[in-house]
Ligand binder design. Structure first.
Ligand SMILES: Cc1ncc(COP(=O)(O)O)c(C=O)c1O
Length: 405
């Protein structure tokens, strides 16, 4: 893949912002959108801007066909066990909320997470714990701050559900998914992976992994904002009780009785984000065309270059080995507030990245750590941009960093 060519597909990279070139390193939060996605959303609004699923007229049929086509594309991308156990949500957060509120827990069941969870895969479980439905335990990381498989193996015994971040947005570290799933199954637990930072960046094969449940956000995968997916094995999805309910989720109702539709419709309440879901089809096809293995390799190469040049200048959060951090470069300039660093990068070189606690407050607070900045790379980022980033960081450290000695 050639990132310099791919950039032409993204209008913001061609046009810039306020007359300046944009160096976009905030991809873990939200990715840019290629023209094909913008065109597809526009196609919906201009050619068939109607409601799918309900009416019998031709416009509605077209919406239904396009909407369901996205479901097929998601199934192909993930090698998901079944198209009917793919549920569209607004984002990963909504998918986790659906799961946490609907999973058929029995009192005293344990859910196991990691100490790297994004609030979206932590807060819904804490809430369930506070309501007395479950016990929630995070597996502490090892001394190098990566996943501790031995500790996991001890803690997973007797547990009902493992709900873990696949690739952490905090530091790009990845859990050993194959082992995690195999061990969980040996002990009779199911596994849900928060794939917000993996599905857009690497190949995931749900069937080969024997993965029970997965969620990701479309807007982190070149798709329209407010799109997400919960996918699972049919028997697991069927065991969930309906969560957000009302129009579209039911086959029939009386004044005192409801008959729900089969999944996925039982979980897709009310009018859907037709434009978003239909636009998502083009995003996922685009990623497939570029090649997810190549995207992953490209991000690693950028991260290696960045790590090599900056490791002595800034403090890196997470593993020092760039290969263990996917496309994420989390760092601190000693003695400087991370928001100041982020604003200076934007001001000096038009570099957009994230600063703060990255929705992983629990990790920072447990360690009494200062906030950090995070550059996260994607398919359209280039070596040239990395050079500009390194040069700008070097200038900032020289002019504003700690005084030597
Ligand atoms: C690992 C991880 N999980 C969950 C989320 C939540 O995603 P969303 O805000 O799209 O629901 C994010 C967002 O950054 C994330 O990085």
């Amino acid at each position: 893949m050639d990132p310099y060519k791919l950039r032409n597909d993204f209008p913001i990279l061609v046009n810039g912002y306020e007359g300046r070139e944009v160096i976009y390193f905030d991809n873990a939060c939200m990715t840019l959108k290629p023209q094909c996605v913008i065109d597809k959303v526009k196609e919906y609004y201009t050619e068939y801007p109607a409601c799918g699923g309900r009416s019998v007229h031709r416009l509605s049929s077209r919406v239904t066909t396009e909407f369901e086509r996205t479901r097929d594309i998601v199934r192909d991308l993930l090698n998901a066990p079944s198209r009917d156990s793919i549920i569209f949500t607004r984002n990963t957060t909504e998918a986790v909320n659906l799961l946490a509120n609907s999973f058929p827990f029995q009192k005293g069941d344990t859910v196991l997470g990691t100490d790297h969870e994004h609030n979206s895969n932590l807060v819904p479980w804490i809430e369930q714990m506070n309501r007395g439905r479950i016990r929630y335990l995070p597996v502490p990381s090892g001394p190098d701050n990566t996943f501790d498989l031995e500790r996991y193996q001890e803690m997973v015994k007797g547990c009902r559900l493992v709900s873990m971040v696949h690739v952490a947005n905090l530091d790009g570290s990845r859990i050993p998914e194959k082992e995690v799933i195999k061990i969980a199954h040996e002990y009779g637990a199911l596994v849900f992976l928060d794939c917000a930072q993996s599905v857009p960046h690497m190949s995931i094969d749900m069937k080969a992994l024997d993965l029970d449940l997965l969620a990701f956000s479309g807007h982190k995968a070149c798709g329209p904002t407010g799109t997400g997916v919960l996918s699972g094995k049919p028997e697991v999805i069927s065991s969930l009780t309906p969560f957000i309910i009302g129009g579209d989720t039911v086959a029939e109702t009386d004044y005192d009785r409801v008959k729900y539709l089969d999944p996925p419709k039982r979980f897709e309440a009310g009018l859907q984000d037709f434009a978003g879901v239909i636009g998502l089809s083009e995003a996922l096809l685009y990623l497939k065309r570029v090649g997810l293995d190549d995207i992953h390799e490209h991000e690693l190469a950028l991260n290696r270059a960045c790590t090599r040049e900056l490791k002595d200048l800034v403090e890196i959060i997470g593993p020092m080995d760039a290969d263990k951090r996917s496309g994420i470069f989390p760092f601190r300039v000693r003695g400087m507030n991370s928001h100041d660093v982020a604003m200076m990068l934007d001001e000096l070189s038009g570099i957009a990245l994230r600063s703060g606690m990255h929705c992983v407050h629990s990790w920072y607070r447990a360690r009494k750590e200062e906030t950090s900045a995070r550059a996260s790379f994607y398919l359209y980022n280039t070596e040239e941009e990395i050079k500009t980033f390194i040069r700008t960081i070097t200038d900032i450290v020289r002019d504003f960093g700690p005084v030597p000695g």
